[in-house]
Design a protein around this ligand. Structure first.
Ligand code: TEU
Length: 577
């Protein structure tokens, strides 16, 4: 059995500061805005608030390009506002974690400015600088053929010192060189201790398995002969020194701190290209002293090509059995180990779950939201919700023009699609990528939160940095707070149920039933004598439910349930106790 720890039972709530609540009418959400909504957040039943990057940044990648770890992006507020937020969370019996973005900095960070200034600058080696190669015609070409996550290559030429620097993401996000010990010490002091000393309770650790690159850099195998850049994630994910680095971070920093109420602090890492349980366990086994848990992205990759590959937004069909096998895998991999896992289906990097996994048509939106809520709350692991999920927010309307998409990744993929379509390399690419972005762009999660039916959904009195969803009059927190049947009320209720039945839901063992059924997702959770049965209809037609005799209905997403018919998009949970 798994040892009980506070963060295993916690419900985490991710806040994207730009899009949560604007307090001063400049069109950007801000920290004082979060403070205004602290009662709302607590009322949902949240235990831990996770704030996406609010550090100073030129915002090329929405704050995942940090120019100063020890300062706050001015439109979001000041360091003192964050300190006030930390205190407000604690006063409301919630903990608070920040994003730790230390695979790279912004090119506007003082460290990079120094590094770039000369080849013998003491910080030169804090980033990856490499000389050019030359092709047969003598043209300058980058040190390797790697494709970056945001389209384009991973190497950018710097005129000043006549070398290339490495960036796995945008060219404004140079990768830090973790091989350099001074660099690691600076990261620990500036990005970690500075905020831990201000009382935060942990970190969500961005791109946690990319700090150790495979060195020396060599070309990735050619998998796309039409292109001179190739997917190459294996050259930087789970590299040779990664466990050593994470252990050091834990030993020297994380383990030296406690939460405001004297518990161990929490870390949740973002893991990519790690789909074998045996390779995930070392990151999250308690004995290894690295991370408490990680996000594993098989679910959000359903229907898309691998990230860092030019077909990420080429949609692929997927069927329910595939999803069930993924859930089974990440529910079961911790059994018999001292490791832990996470449960989530949304974050700021993905389309909304209703639009991706259920049905976002107006007549099905609420049912979809509630069914997916039950899908989540029955699962073992720490639960992560993303802002707006609790009111059933959905993707931007398909009619929106590509200009409404602000994300650097969306814009780069779109520009690439236009280019490859127009030069004849891939004539149908524009249509395909437009479709993929309508479903899966990171922008969908970044639309302003819909608070009420006032102008801009109550998000801002000014011009919002990103367009507000047209549906805000019908889908907003204020109206749902007054409605006992709303998605919000349902979430509050089932989050309480998850706590009351935590033996089975949070800590129980998972078993998938009827794996090949294309319409229903049915699983049991067991803890000693207690059993719960979770029954979910993922289709918009009626389905036949499994045998539930000798079990009691604990909750259904529909007001009226009948034993012999599972209604469209209905979810139910039964217990034997
Ligand atoms: O994402 C890193 C990551 O692993 C990518 O796969 C991510 O899913 C992205 O959508 C690429 O397609 C983190 C952040 O969550 C993301 O917002 C940042 O853009 C990225 O790091 C760079 O800091």
């Amino acid at each position: 059995h798994h040892r009980r720890v506070w963060w295993k039972e916690a419900t985490f709530y991710q806040i994207y500061p730009a899009s949560f609540k604007d307090s001063n009418g400049d069109g950007w959400g801000d920290i004082p805005g979060i403070l205004q909504k602290i009662d709302y957040i607590a009322s949902v039943g949240v235990d831990v608030v996770w704030i996406s990057p609010m550090f100073d940044s030129p915002q090329i990648d929405m704050g995942y390009d940090v120019s100063d770890y020890e300062a706050v992006y001015a439109p979001y507020g000041r360091v003192e506002d964050v300190v006030e937020l930390v205190e407000a969370c604690h006063k409301n019996h919630m903990k608070i974690i920040l994003d730790l973005v230390v695979n790279h900095t912004s090119d506007q960070h003082a460290w990079f400015k120094e590094s770039r200034s000369s080849k013998d600058n003491p910080k030169r080696d804090w980033y990856f600088w490499r000389p050019a190669r030359h092709d047969e015609q003598g043209n300058r070409i980058p040190p390797t053929n790697y494709r970056s996550y945001f389209a384009g290559g991973t190497w950018t030429w710097d005129e000043h010192t006549q070398e290339y620097y490495l960036h796995l993401y945008d060219k404004s996000q140079p990768d830090l060189n973790w091989e350099n010990e001074d660099c690691r010490r600076a990261i620990y002091n500036s990005a970690m201790r500075f905020w831990l000393d201000k009382g935060i309770d942990g970190f969500r650790v961005d791109t946690v398995n990319k700090y150790s690159k495979v060195l020396p850099f060599t070309d990735a195998p050619v998998t796309d002969p039409t292109s001179d850049i190739q997917p190459a994630a294996q050259m930087w994910c789970n590299g040779p020194r990664i466990h050593e680095f994470i252990k050091e971070m834990n030993r020297d920093v994380v383990s030296q701190y406690r939460t405001y109420d004297g518990q161990p602090i929490v870390t949740v890492g973002e893991l990519s290209l790690c789909s074998h349980p045996e390779s995930v366990v070392p990151y999250v086994s308690a004995l290894e002293k690295e991370l408490d848990m990680v996000f594993q992205f098989d679910i959000t990759h359903l229907g898309q090509g691998p990230p860092g590959c030019n077909d990420k937004y080429d949609t692929a069909e997927w069927k329910l059995p595939e999803m069930k096998r993924i859930v089974e895998k990440w529910q079961c991999f911790i059994e018999g180990t001292d490791a832990w896992t996470t449960v989530f289906n949304e974050n700021h990097d993905n389309g909304r779950s209703i639009s991706r996994f259920a049905n976002d048509a107006p007549e099905w939106r609420e049912q979809s939201a509630k069914m997916l809520a039950l899908w989540l709350i029955g699962q073992t692991g720490s639960l992560f919700l993303y802002q707006g999920q609790e009111i059933g927010m959905i993707n931007a309307p398909k009619e929106w023009n590509m200009q409404e998409y602000k994300d650097v990744e969306s814009q780069n993929y779109w520009a690439e699609a236009v280019r490859l379509a127009e030069n004849g390399t891939d004539p149908t690419r524009k249509e395909r990528i437009a479709h993929g972005l309508q479903l899966m762009a990171r922008d969908h999660a970044r639309l302003p939160f819909q608070w009420d039916d006032n102008v801009n959904g109550g998000f801002s009195t000014g011009e919002p940095w990103m367009r507000v969803h047209d549906a805000y009059k019908g889908v907003n927190a204020a109206s749902q707070e007054k409605d006992a049947e709303s998605v919000l009320s349902f979430y509050k209720r089932v989050l309480r149920l998850r706590k009351e039945h935590k033996d089975v839901f949070v800590y129980g063992t998972f078993e998938l039933l009827d794996p090949e059924n294309l319409g229903t997702f049915v699983y049991t959770k067991r803890y000693q004598e207690k059993t719960a049965l979770v029954v979910l209809n993922f289709t918009t037609t009626s389905q036949s439910p499994p045998d539930t005799k000798d079990m009691k209905l604990l909750v259904s997403s529909h007001p009226k349930t009948t034993a012999d018919i599972l209604q469209p998009l209905e979810g139910r949970i039964y217990t034997n106790y």
